[in-house]
Design a protein. Structure first.
Length: 209
């Protein structure tokens, strides 16, 4: 599994017009397929007067779930080009819905492919992206006399100290990329003279600007 991937920075909407047809692209961050489909359903109700609500979504750190729908447009002219734009931008955990109001002029297959793709590109340009990184969490117990020094040294060497809890000893919650775990263990051994060991405490995804 990847340790890092791109997500959209915020939800957003952008409208483009092609030969009097209006294409409203809605981009939203979603965590699962049910949430993605809920966005489509909401827009279908909100814009009940539109002819089409075409959609595409990509989910998971490795983009393991991909779906698209032409919603009545000729096969391959809407959902597929929308999905291709999401893939090309390498974003995941995202749904794109393009709501179309027909303007009276037929665009043809090529025109539809361009219009739906351009709508999603405009939507992604408006929302921007963030990087989501996997962080391994470890706890480190040290004595009160050494806690300040150890914490300062860890921070100075680029280790994230996520939390500090004071009790009989001081417990530091550390965060590090999976590839840096071995380096962290070596650093802890160096700073504590081998008297303390960082213990795995789980992992989580963290969004970076």
């Amino acid at each position: 599994m990847t340790d890092s991937y791109l997500i959209v920075a915020r939800d957003g909407e952008v409208e483009i017009e092609v030969k009097r047809s209006r294409f409203l692209c809605t981009i939203a961050r979603v965590e699962d397929e049910a949430a993605a489909r809920a966005v489509v359903d909401r827009l279908r109700k909100q814009h009940w007067d539109a002819r089409h609500h075409c959609s595409a979504f990509v989910l998971g750190p490795d983009g393991t779930v991909e779906r698209s729908s032409d919603d009545g447009e000729p096969a391959g002219t809407a959902g597929a080009p929308m999905l291709e734009v999401l893939r090309g931008r390498e974003v995941s955990d995202v749904v794109a819905v393009v709501t179309r109001w027909f303007g009276g002029t037929l665009l043809g297959a090529g025109g539809l492919v361009r219009a739906y793709g351009d709508a999603v590109r405009a939507g992604l340009d408006a929302t921007g992206t963030l990087r989501r990184d996997l962080v391994r969490e470890l706890t480190l117990e040290v004595g009160h006399a050494d806690a300040g020094r150890v914490e300062s040294e860890l921070r100075a060497r680029g280790v994230a100290v996520l939390d500090t809890a004071y009790a009989a000893t001081v417990t530091l919650l550390l965060g590090t990329p999976p590839a840096e775990v071995d380096r962290l263990h070596a650093l802890v051994a160096e700073l504590t003279g081998g008297t303390a060991t960082a213990v795995p405490a789980g992992e989580r995804w963290v969004d970076r600007t």
